[in-house]
Design a binder for this molecule. Structure first.
Ligand SMILES: C[S@@+](CC[C@H](N)C(=O)[O-])C[C@H]1O[C@@H](n2cnc3c(N)ncnc32)[C@H](O)[C@@H]1O
Length: 368
């Protein structure tokens, strides 16, 4: 496992503000790995078909009718628990693996505790590299994979193919380490925490093969104003992280206070905040991630899309849930839907964090 962090920065003799912010975030995710679902919980593949490389490749190649069908099957399962029948599933799945065969390489940037297992189950034979800043997150991801490998041997007499894990700041790893290029990069819930989101987005775009696909999830901006106000209450404590003495103790005390507050909100005690807490659920990782995060300054939604475009990434799809319309999906005209999502965010009517899918344009297209 490769490691890039503070000790290495210190060797270079100078610590910048950006490196301190990254180090603070590492401390945070070591204390509160995300999403940290119980080890025995396995991702439901039927609900996650839209994370499959085949779905993304279809969008990138303009096969939107089939992609739309996959989205509806998957969301029927996710939102109404309606199972996908074998007759419906098999032809669609075969198309997905034909368009995204097992020779394609996958990279998970900021993989957290659960993404590696999901991607291994979606893509049993593909090469997967997963990177994260937090040692704890990687340890948990590995344990989860090992546990489900045993189950897989037991039920299907098959082990899971290994995943390579890289520990450290993704931007540095992507720039410094010879890991080759990828056909599919997933970066979910990571960009908006970076001191320099543009740097990491550029590094990601440079690691994509021509016609490779990128799946991004970014936070809504206006909808998270309350979260950012609450995060400010904890920022002083996080700022003291370099004076090791007492830092963790103070964070843990504040965290327990937050959990008590979460409980009273959850039972409807505080009118102004209880809906937000309901939305976060009773989990410990999600409430810490949303409300105690030390580095979530907030970026406008248009910022990421515009940057991506400058790096030769073409928007091929986006989705979000709006208060008045429900889910909106950019199968046919992603830019139109993206503008709708941005407008809804301004009015605080965007109910989910949006997902964007990009295709790396080839060199000729980039020059035009
Ligand atoms: C909100 S969690 C998302 C985890 C996972 N992608 C998911 O959606 O379940 C953000 C993850 O990104 C990792 N992370 C944040 N900044 C990073 C960076 N610069 N390099 C590598 N990992 C990073 C954190 O350690 C954390 O595990």
């Amino acid at each position: 496992m490769t490691e890039f962090h503070l000790s290495q920065i210190r060797l270079e003799g100078r610590i910048t503000m950006e490196q301190l912010k990254i180090e603070k975030m590492r401390q945070f995710y070591d204390l509160f790995p995300y999403p940290n679902r119980p080890i025995f919980v396995s991702p439901k593949l039927d609900a996650q078909l839209t994370a499959h490389g085949g779905f993304l490749m279809m969008l990138s190649k303009g096969r939107t009718i089939l992609a739309e069908k996959i989205w509806f099957l998957s969301s029927k399962y996710k939102h109404s628990n309606i199972k996908i029948s074998k007759e419906e599933f098999l032809p669609v799945y075969n198309e997905m693996i034909e368009i995204f065969p097992n020779t394609k390489r996958i990279l998970l940037v900021g993989c957290g505790t659960d993404e590696p297992l999901l991607f291994r189950k979606l893509h049993p034979e593909n090469e997967i590299i997963a990177m994260d800043l937090s040692r704890k997150a990687i340890q948990k991801a590995k344990k989860k994979l090992a546990f489900h490998t045993i189950l897989n041997v037991f039920w299907n007499q098959k082990t899971f193919k290994k995943i390579e894990f890289l520990l450290g700041n993704a931007e540095m790893i992507l720039k410094e380490k010879a890991i080759g290029k990828f056909d599919y990069i997933q970066c979910f819930g990571v960009l908006h925490h970076q001191p320099d989101p543009t740097g990491i987005l550029l590094a990601i775009s440079q690691k994509l093969n021509e016609n490779g696909v990128l799946r991004l999830m970014i936070y809504s901006f206006h909808g998270r104003k309350l979260e950012r106000r609450i995060q400010n209450r904890y920022s002083g404590t996080w700022d003291s992280f370099l004076q090791k003495k007492g830092f963790k103790f103070h964070i843990v005390i504040k965290y327990f206070q937050l959990r008590v507050w979460q409980f009273f909100n959850f039972i409807g005690f505080f009118r102004s905040t209880f809906e937000r807490f309901r939305y976060l659920g009773p989990g410990s990782a999600s409430v810490a991630d949303a409300l105690m995060h030390p580095s979530d300054p907030g970026f406008s939604l248009s910022y990421f899309q515009e940057q991506a475009q400058q790096f030769g990434l073409e928007l091929v799809y986006c989705e979000g849930k709006l208060e008045n319309e429900g889910y909106v999906n950019g199968f046919e005209n992603p830019f139109l839907v993206w503008n709708k999502i941005i407008e809804a965010d301004k009015k605080q009517e965007l109910l989910t964090n949006p997902i964007l899918i990009f295709r790396k344009a080839n060199k000729v297209e980039q020059q035009i």
